[in-house]
Ligand binder design. Structure first.
Ligand code: NDP
Length: 280
């Protein structure tokens, strides 16, 4: 039986680590030719090693070091993919982060420079990649999956306001783009993860990996935070991305958000503060 992504070429941004690395690995194991990218050469080597360890031949992956917020980075990603693989079927706009404020401020005191950096990475780069890859996806009747977040949902997130703002904008952009692009046969959707054990917490807070691991462990053991009882792993999100990127599985899903959060968004707010029920 053919693998579900055989004959497909996928660009996965932010695939040097975390959710993106796992997604590249899953897609490659399922037959895709994948373009792996990020800025950090050491991390890119890590993804390359994971692909080699999984038995993926060199002919099926391409590593392109690039800053996704730059025009030159976006252009080299696309041109090198076309040079090696000849087409593009899937674009996963996964690169993203909650960037710390340069002045170490929180809440609405965070500077406009932080706002601009966060928007450039989480929203503008997605808009630019979508525009640039569009003609290739129109040709292949391809699919876009954007990686958003549950922070985009309808509740306040006071400590770092610009990251939720950016992800909410990304969800809205996804809906607009989905309407426009389905006319050309291109589907656009998002996966919105909750807490997932990656480099995210470390880069957002500037803390060590030990402190981040404790954060993920504490969250995972708190059913008021994550009802399923554990912090997510990149594979949980990679599987949801693969579902939306695979037309056979999700052909009729257009411009939607799939929330993959272990139940977190069900218990946010007042509900989470209720005392546990006692048995009489
Ligand atoms: P990681 O920090 O583990 O990975 C982030 C990836 O994005 C890395 O590969 C990093 O590559 C890349 N990246 C960041 N900035 C740039 C840039 N300017 N140019 C190119 N690549 C860049 O985090 P996650 O895997 O968790 O994050 C993936 C996505 O998931 C993000 O969009 C994030 O917002 C979202 N998300 C994550 C959650 C979580 O709890 N982990 C929850 C909700 C959403 P490099 O360092 O090599 O540049």
């Amino acid at each position: 039986m053919p693998k579900r992504f055989s004959k497909k070429v996928a660009i996965i941004t932010g695939s040097s680590f975390g959710i993106g690395r796992e997604t590249a690995l899953l897609f490659a194991k399922e037959g895709a030719k994948v373009t792996v990218t990020g800025r950090n050469e050491e991390r890119l080597e890590g993804t390359k090693k994971a692909l080699i360890d999984a038995g993926i031949p060199e002919s099926n992956y391409l590593i392109v070091p690039a800053d996704i917020t730059t025009s030159a980075g976006q252009d080299s990603l696309i041109s090198e993919t076309l040079n090696k693989f000849g087409k593009i079927n899937i674009l996963v706009n996964n690169a993203g982060a909650s960037l710390p404020d340069a002045q170490k401020k929180f809440g609405i005191d965070q500077g406009v420079d932080t706002y601009e950096k966060v928007m450039k990475l989480n929203v503008q780069s997605v808009i630019e990649m979508t525009q640039k890859v569009r003609p290739h996806l129109a040709k292949s009747k391809g699919d876009i999956v954007n990686v958003s977040s549950i922070v985009a949902l309808n509740f306040g997130w006071a400590r770092t306001p610009y990251y939720p703002l950016a992800k909410a904008a990304l969800d809205q952009y996804t809906r607009s783009a989905a309407i426009d692009l389905i006319a050309e046969g291109i589907r656009v959707n998002t996966v919105n993860p909750g807490i997932v054990q990656t480099g995210f917490h470390e880069s957002a807070t500037g803390t060590s990996s030990d402190v981040s691991q404790k954060f993920y462990d504490d969250m995972g053991s708190n059913s008021h935070a994550i009802p399923v009882g554990f912090s997510g792993r990149p594979t949980h999100i990679a599987k949801a991305i693969a579902f939306l990127a695979d037309r056979d599985s999700s052909e009729y899903i257009i411009g939607q958000n799939i929330i993959a959060d272990g139940g977190t968004s069900l218990v946010l707010g007042l509900h989470a503060q209720f005392p546990k029920p006692t048995v009489n």
